[in-house]
Design a protein around this ligand. Structure first.
Ligand code: MLT
Length: 325
């Protein structure tokens, strides 16, 4: 009979050997990278940049899939349930934090059911409208919202999404109540904005700057204290005397809880290589987005970032009186 302590030691050695073998062999088939918002939006655009970079480093295809809906929680739940083997990953932003506050019965916990791999990007947002919106500048835009309130439709990607939080900050700081129209992502929302079916969309630069430059939509302000380099003539909302409206969106990479540490280490190393890759940095900068400093592309940094977003932005929703669904 093998003594218990020896049995435990043997089991630990076999487990470590198994993990080591898995890690040495990882990846030996394509990886699925879930982006839980619709194709064509800012999240999808950013995710595809990183899919290409990770594929180059890991030597296996990284296939982006967009199981969208319910403010990103449908796709996120899919990753929470996936085998923890490193072959199903999640790229997500602030809605990973806000969904914890927004949904009474979320089928996962954003912290307990995931392994943080690292942050990838950060980027500003801007306030845009349909091309024929009847305001010639930022002050007229604000006056129009105040005069027309719920007659003005505000598109977003679902309660707790970046576009919703930006819209919420806009309504709170301007003291207006607009008519919210939710979509499965701001890709489809942008189509309706260009078609004139909705009036206002607050979105990340990686989603709408090209449409602003082409004149297919109009933009009135950067959603913060500083102007955007790609649209230098467009004021920041703070220039209209609006305080407390400043939002920046960061995307991070996650794996299901229980993914072996050697695999997580490989994925984080590949992410760190991506954020320091000049080609990746240049592509993101062209969208008005920044790759994070390499020290943020690590698990502990993403865990800390997620915790702060749960505390701060989750609190914003509660203070705004947004009721959990
Ligand atoms: C959002 O939070 O608004 C989403 O990122 C939009 C999107 O990526 O489609």
């Amino acid at each position: 009979m093998i003594p218990r302590t020896l049995r435990i030691a043997l089991a630990a050695c076999l487990a470590a050997w198994g993990l080591q073998a898995l890690a040495q062999d990882f990846p030996n088939r394509p990886i699925t990278l879930v982006m839980p918002y619709a194709p064509g939006g800012p999240g999808d655009t950013i995710t595809r940049v990183f899919a290409g970079a990770l594929q180059k480093t890991l030597g296996q295809q990284v296939l982006v899939e967009n199981p969208a809906g319910a403010s990103g929680s449908i796709g996120t739940a899919r990753v929470a349930r996936a085998r923890p083997d490193g072959y199903t990953l999640l790229m997500i932003h602030v809605s990973h934090a806000t969904n914890l506050v927004m949904f009474k019965s979320l089928p996962y916990h954003p912290v307990d059911d995931f392994e943080a791999i690292g942050s990838a990007t950060s980027g500003p947002m801007l306030i845009a409208t349909r091309a024929n919106f009847p305001a010639k500048d930022l002050n007229e835009f604000i006056a129009y919202l105040r005069a027309n309130q719920s007659k003005v439709s505000l598109a977003h990607a679902g309660v707790g999404s970046a576009s919703h939080l930006c819209g919420l900050m806009m309504m709170n700081t301007l003291n207006v109540k607009l008519n919210e129209i939710p979509y499965k992502g701001t890709g489809p929302a942008l189509n309706d904005l260009m078609g004139g079916q909705v009036d206002v969309l607050c979105d990340q630069t990686s989603g709408i700057v090209p449409s602003v430059k082409s004149g297919r939509i109009k933009a009135y302000a950067a959603a913060g204290r500083t102007r955007l380099p790609q649209l230098p003539d467009m004021p920041a909302i703070s220039e209209a005397g609006v305080q407390g409206f400043d939002i920046n969106i960061s995307f991070g990479l996650y794996a299901p809880k229980g993914t072996p540490k050697p695999v997580l280490d490989q994925l984080s190393a590949a992410l760190q290589k991506a954020v320091t890759d000049p080609e990746v940095r240049q592509r993101l900068e062209g969208m008005g987005v920044s790759a994070v400093p390499v020290e943020r592309a690590r698990p502990d940094a993403l865990r800390a970032h997620l915790k702060s977003e749960i505390d701060v932005l989750g609190g914003l929703l509660v203070r705004a009186g947004v009721k959990p669904e």
